[in-house]
Design a protein around this ligand. Structure first.
Ligand code: ACO
Length: 325
């Protein structure tokens, strides 16, 4: 089995910024409530007509350049998303076409906010076994397209963006351990009920606002703290490490309070949790991906550091990964 590492990262964020003050004008909320309950100050919104693949392609180009890999040489493209351009073809195929990555095998992964970690684990298997020489993985979301802008419980939380990474064999460091889990019995805590084969689009589904995210925030909050802590400890154990060995946690950014509670639970100083939720909100699969990008590009993560990726999302699903950078 080959050792697999992350050899390049990229990011794309749409230009339009939506502030808490802007949201005060749309729903009955306040900057003070959003800031204290979530840690979010601003989020980005895709332009009209800008789809998931448009964001993904920009992040992918930067990651390939960073990895010094030509798109014609890419062998695998995985896009993690819950807001694909269309039900099919996969968004990964649109990315392939734009990049002219003709050799690549392409598919999407549906694991909500844990999607980027799921994509990373899938890609690692293919590369470790020698099936493919490299992989481009992307977390890309236009959550604004499935956000109910009349629902103050959810609309203050989400944003649009994309992050990408290139994986390939490395001679030292790389991915030390991975850990995935799912519990479908909790699917009712977070879902988008309309538009699939259960409730195909109809006048009724639109009237009932079924094409928007439905979330039971309070229950999710408690679950998230528990499962992110458990996943962190499990994946560290698999790597033969402990909390004290971690240099940086790159978590899914659902709520600052979730992350601070998790840090306390696993005995990690809060300064080791990389946060970008204040600027971008929750971007589902793109949150972990952009946090990784920004932690690398701001020189927080240094060569040799132990980096812990940790995410959870609708399914419910969760995933964690330890990387020696
Ligand atoms: N502005 C003002 N008040 C609000 C707002 C708002 N935007 N939203 C809710 N409230 C009110 C509620 O109506 C409630 O009022 P009440 O007490 O009069 O009934 C009060 O604030 C408290 O509501 P709670 O839901 O108990 O607030 P909580 O502290 O739990 O925070 C939050 C809510 C931020 C949603 C939190 O539960 C959370 O972050 N949960 C996890 C979310 C999560 O992880 N989501 C994953 C999504 S991933 C994806 O969808 C792709």
């Amino acid at each position: 089995m080959k050792r697999v590492g992350i050899i390049g990262v990229g990011e794309y964020l749409p230009k339009k910024v939506l502030t808490n003050l802007d949201l005060e004008k749309k729903v009955d909320t306040s900057d003070e409530w959003i800031t204290t309950r979530t840690g979010i100050k601003t989020r980005r919104l895709a332009a009209h007509g800008q789809a998931c693949s448009d964001l993904a392609i920009n992040a992918a180009r930067e990651a390939l350049e960073d990895a010094k890999i030509c798109s014609a040489d890419v062998e695998l493209i995985i896009v993690a998303t819950i807001t694909p351009d269309m039900q099919f073809p996969s968004t990964a195929c649109f990315v392939q076409s734009a990049l002219r990555a003709r050799r690549a095998v392409c598919f999407d992964v549906s694991a909500a906010c844990a999607g980027f970690v799921y994509a990373l684990v899938i890609a690692q298997q293919f590369i470790a076994r020698g099936t493919y020489k490299n992989a481009l993985i992307i977390g890309s979301e236009v959550l604004s397209s499935i956000t109910d802008w009349k629902d103050r419980n959810t609309c203050v939380l989400f944003g649009d963006g994309a992050g990408a990474a290139v994986l390939a064999p490395v001679s030292s460091g790389g991915i030390l351990s991975t850990y995935l889990g799912s519990d479908g019995s909790l699917s009712n805590l977070l879902m988008l009920p309309g538009g699939g084969s259960r409730h195909p689009a109809s006048h009724r589904s639109i009237d009932m606002r079924m094409h928007y995210i439905k979330m039971r925030g309070n229950e999710l909050f408690k679950f998230a703290v528990k499962i992110m802590s458990e996943a962190a400890l499990q994946v560290l154990k698999l790597a033969g490490l402990e909390s004290k060995d971690v240099d940086w946690v790159i978590p899914h950014q659902a709520n600052t309070r979730i992350l601070l509670s998790m840090a306390k639970k696993i005995n990690l100083p809060k300064e080791k949790i990389f946060l970008n939720i204040d600027r971008y909100g929750n971007m589902s699969s793109a949150s972990t991906a952009t946090a990784l990008y920004e932690a690398v590009k701001s020189n927080c993560i240094k060569k040799g550091d132990i980096v812990l990726l940790d995410a959870f999302g609708g399914g419910l699903v969760w995933g964690a990964c330890v990387v020696r950078w």
